[in-house]
Design a protein around this ligand. Structure first.
Ligand code: ZN
Length: 657
């Protein structure tokens, strides 16, 4: 039976992030307590930057389901989702299907702003849709006085009773958050004058993980002493490994992901590598401590500093006792700096991996100071790098602002829905009026790319272009093009071109693999994929199972129902699409054969004709039937629809007679 969620916080603009609170271990009589927790934590979250800046675009809903028993324990009891609290303070459930069942019942999900969704979004469209990963979170609020928070990222087969660990819905819902109501209960320790701020900071850190950041904290076990160079790079915006930035022994600052946020005067000079001064010196005065850390501060004011993890001189190869250095003393506070550096320790590892700043919400969410007979929780701010990442994630592409144009970031998928887009309308007008020189002799991707490039450069005045290093003996595309990219240097181009070698080498791009032009639009956050997804598990050549998501085909009728201006990627058939995908994700050892009978193409959808048949723009025209000519044998269709935008330049009036 459909259940309408309670709106905890309504987004004034179309929501770019959806948070759902669920109740665990709250009895029917505790409903008010749950409601109060959700409301007050949400308000406190919006006092933490950059969530404060995205308040208009974050939608928070809650759904109450009563438990027979209050709270959770080491063994599952009679609660809604059967969570347990382990001795290691982990909140886990062996029955996540209970969450999935409830989420599937939710409708309608508030989308924010003035936009209406028809049909309305259901819980599964938002919280069980792989295309929306990173833009939504399920947070199970557990009635428990102890501080406990667990973001479950994966399940092993032994950790689950129902459903199986390879269940489609479960893997799409992961990661999900479970957090206790610490420190808001009378039994919580310590007692705070601002308990909801403390809880909100815990939530903020976990939302950071959901949005693609990694913890900057360190674990104490031997396996986390040094980052294993054989492991893949963390591929997160707030960590970098030593191996990734070192060239012939020296740090190449250009390889640091946050180099563009470091002052140019510092990056122009060599990176200064320093040891963190010993953590405590017995009998030291505050002034002596200040003097001990001053050289680090001074180096940071002129150079980028690589600050090695503090070590205990008596046991330099085991730093496990020194993982929780806080930067609050007179001396250490000097190292807090808006300009990011390279601080050793993060992602659980103590050495050979660097974070941008000494302190950040992603490392410690807060610290306490006495306030009367209670404590006051001081929330540690996000570092500059994490702040920028979250701003991007929560507000859409901030650089996508040209002459006032702003893209309104929509859903990550728009399967089954055509949303109006001023950007799409302007593209259609441009295609219809633009003369493409020599279009008849172009390949179709060439014509599509020409229209994209020139629209972005000439209509949107887009200046962020990259020269495509295109080298081939038989160029089917000019090898020196100023390609307007929005994200990731030329990753967008590689996705558009289905360039299998770079895509295979960059795991973080696999979710865009074989989506071609449509995937590039989604990667750039300019639009959403119109196809539905399905999760697949297949064995690699060594027999290891590989999980990946594939899109389902669009019918001709489904293409005809899209917003005109949508970008299409065509493949000869589903097998070819899947084999490109399988090669990139490692299921197939060799790439599939591409020839005249096994090909991919890209086009613009231009709207249905009078009989409802989809028409397209390519080298043959700007209103030709999709299911005709060389296009007819291309039976597998992928589409991306543009997000809406405001302040799109108007179509010029036609010149008078
Ligand atoms: Zn950070």
């Amino acid at each position: 039976m459909p259940t309408a969620p309670t709106a905890v916080h309504e987004a004034l603009d179309q929501a770019s992030f959806h948070l759902l609170f669920l109740a665990e271990g709250f009895r029917a009589a505790d409903k008010k307590e749950f409601t109060t927790f959700c409301t007050k934590v949400s308000r406190a979250l919006f006092r933490i930057a950059p969530f404060s800046l995205a308040e208009r675009r974050i939608s928070i809903s809650s759904l109450f389901s009563p438990s027979t028993q209050q709270g959770v324990a080491a063994a599952a009891g009679n609660t809604s989702f059967k969570f347990t609290l382990s001795a290691a303070n982990e909140l886990r459930t062996r029955e996540p299907a209970r969450i999935i069942t409830l989420v599937k019942d939710i409708t309608p999900v508030p989308v924010g702003g003035k936009s209406e969704m028809n049909p309305p979004l259901g819980g599964a469209d938002v919280w069980l849709d792989p295309g929306r990963m990173g833009t939504r979170a399920v947070c199970v609020v557990v009635h428990e006085a102890k501080r406990a928070v667990t973001t479950t990222r994966r399940y092993a087969a032994a950790e689950i009773d129902d459903p199986a660990d390879d269940d489609d819905d479960l893997n799409v819902m992961l990661p999900f958050i479970a957090m206790s109501t610490w420190p808001t209960l009378a039994a919580s320790q310590p007692q705070y004058v601002n308990p909801f701020e403390a809880a909100a900071a815990v939530l903020a850190q976990e939302l950071g993980v959901i949005c693609g950041l990694e913890y900057e904290s360190e674990l104490k076990d031997a396996a986390h002493e040094i980052f294993d160079p054989l492991l893949p790079d963390p591929q997160v915006p707030n960590l970098i490994t030593d191996a990734a930035i070192r060239v012939a022994g020296a740090v190449d600052v250009k390889k640091v992901p946050w180099v563009d946020m470091m002052a140019a005067t510092r990056t122009a000079r060599p990176v200064t590598e320093m040891d963190q001064p010993a953590v405590t010196v017995a009998g030291e005065t505050p002034e002596q401590e200040f003097d001990r850390f001053a050289p680090v501060r001074e180096a940071m004011s002129t150079n980028v500093v690589l600050l090695r993890h503090p070590k205990n001189a008596a046991n330099p190869n085991d730093t496990s006792t020194l993982t929780e250095v806080r930067y609050q003393t007179l001396g250490k506070v000097q190292l807090i700096n808006d300009d990011p550096h390279l601080i050793e320790g993060g992602g659980g590892y103590r050495r050979s991996v660097y974070r941008p700043a000494v302190e950040c919400t992603m490392r410690f969410d807060g610290s306490d100071t006495p306030s009367g007979n209670k404590q006051k929780r001081v929330v540690v701010p996000f570092c500059a790098v994490c702040t920028r990442h979250l701003q991007k994630e929560l507000s859409g592409p901030p650089s996508f602002k040209l002459q006032g144009l702003r893209v309104i970031r929509g859903p990550a998928t728009c399967a089954g829905r055509a949303s109006p887009s001023a950007l799409a309308d302007r593209i259609v007008a441009d295609i219809q009026s633009r003369d493409v020189p020599g279009v008849g002799s172009m390949a179709c991707v060439e014509a599509t790319m020409y229209r994209y490039e020139h629209f972005f450069r000439e209509i949107l005045d887009w200046t962020t272009v990259g020269q495509v290093p295109f080298v081939t003996a038989d160029p089917w595309y000019s090898n020196d093009i100023p390609f307007p990219y929005v994200r990731g240097r030329l990753a967008m181009w590689n996705i558009w071109m289905n360039a299998m070698v770079p895509l295979k080498a960059n795991k973080w791009l696999w979710r865009y693999a074989a989506l071609g032009a449509a995937g590039a639009i989604q990667f750039a956050r300019l639009g959403c994929i119109a196809n539905r997804y399905r999760p697949l598990t297949e064995n690699d050549p060594a027999g290891n199972p590989v999980k990946f998501n594939a899109v389902r085909n669009l019918t001709l009728d489904e293409v005809a129902a899209l917003t005109p201006g949508s970008v299409l990627q065509l493949w000869t058939d589903e097998t070819l699409y899947l084999n490109v995908l399988r090669y990139i994700v490692g299921v197939l050892p060799a790439p599939p054969l591409l020839d005249d009978d096994h090909a991919g193409h890209s086009l613009f959808f231009m709207g249905p004709d009078a009989q409802g048949r989809p028409t397209v723009a390519d080298q043959e025209g700007t209103g030709v039937l999709l299911n005709a000519s060389y296009r007819a044998p291309l039976k597998f269709r992928i589409a991306a629809q543009w997000f809406d935008a405001v302040n799109v330049p108007p179509v010029p009036e036609p010149a008078g007679p």
